[in-house]
Design a protein. Structure first.
Length: 311
């Protein structure tokens, strides 16, 4: 029997991308002729959906606002063997997609990230570049050094990855969640350098450097608390214990010298802080067991999907 060809789906989340979406659809149709191109419109106020449909894409919608909601819907609805996720702003290089897919298949990977190489100063603003480096460094320190560009919106996934990921993010934090999922399950991943272009005229970025940067940082902290609770709560416990000890030293010295405890409120506060420290470490131990069970369930969901093979 002749094996069935690989089903490739190009997923394009869009919000007010009338000026760029036709170019994205056309370029990926040329680069991946056999792929199905899905454009998910996220309450655009312009003609994004109409332009994408005229360009030949399969157009669907997601009413809940935010990229995370759109990606969750796309991953749930679309059935394929290989998924290409790309923003609808025409900043990513469509001809790089076959190379990224080849790497995914040849090296039996689960995710390939497009490492952005900006082609002009306008393509990658200094604030975004600096924020990306800071967040990437924080992720490397927290979860491991597998990525140089965690915020890239250009990625290729295996079916195993997509169908084992419980997307929880609402907005642009989704890229961080994708990276942490791969790191926590020790999935095989790689990065491929790809050109990164400036937006076409008439297209505007929806990113806010400070607001979205703080949201992404908050997401990383929440994921750290959820995925590594023993470290997180132990750090809090150690901090509380150190504060308790520092407060108790003058109380203990006075007691040794006079046999009295004149600073009763300080002694009570010190004792309370030490109790809280012990409770924090205990909570970390309990939650670490729960997290291990959750991680095992994710791995089982991952293994329940067939491995990707090149035909």
């Amino acid at each position: 029997m002749t094996p069935a060809p690989l089903r490739i789906a190009v997923l394009v989340p869009c919000y007010n991308e009338e000026a760029a979406v036709a170019s994205v659809v056309t370029d990926f149709r040329t680069a991946l002729p056999s792929a199905e191109i899905y454009v998910y419109d996220n309450n655009s106020r312009d003609r994004t959906a109409t332009v994408a449909r005229e360009a030949g894409a399969i157009v669907r919608g997601e009413r809940r606002q935010g990229k995370g909601h759109v990606v969750r819907r796309m991953f749930a609805d679309v059935d394929a063997d290989v998924y290409v996720l790309v923003d609808g702003d025409a900043t990513y290089d469509a001809p790089s997609a076959p190379r990224m897919i080849d790497k995914l298949l040849d090296e039996h990977l689960d995710m390939v990230v497009g490492l952005r190489i900006d082609q002009s100063q306008a393509a990658y603003r200094l604030g975004h570049r600096t924020g990306n480096r800071m967040l990437t460094g924080f992720l490397a320190w927290t979860f491991g050094r597998d990525f140089q560009d965690i915020l890239s919106g250009y990625r290729v996934f295996s079916r195993r990855f997509v169908k084992s990921l419980p997307v929880l993010s609402d907005g642009f934090e989704i890229e961080t969640e994708l990276a942490v999922h791969a790191l926590e399950l020790s999935l095989p991943v790689a990065e491929v350098e790809t050109p990164y272009y400036a937006r076409p005229e008439g297209s505007f970025s929806k990113l806010n450097t400070w607001r979205d940067g703080f949201r992404i940082l908050g997401t990383m902290l929440r994921l750290y608390r959820a995925e590594k609770p023993l470290r997180f709560f132990s750090a809090i416990g150690i901090l509380l214990a150190v504060m308790s000890i520092l407060l108790s030293i003058p109380v203990a010295i006075t007691f040794i010298e006079t046999g009295l405890v004149p600073r009763l409120p300080t002694a009570v506060l010190s004792m309370g802080l030490m109790i809280m420290a012990l409770l924090s470490v205990s909570s970390g131990l309990v939650l670490d067991t729960v997290t291990r069970g959750r991680r095992e369930m994710k791995i089982l969901a991952y293994l329940s999907q067939p491995a990707l093979k090149r035909n």
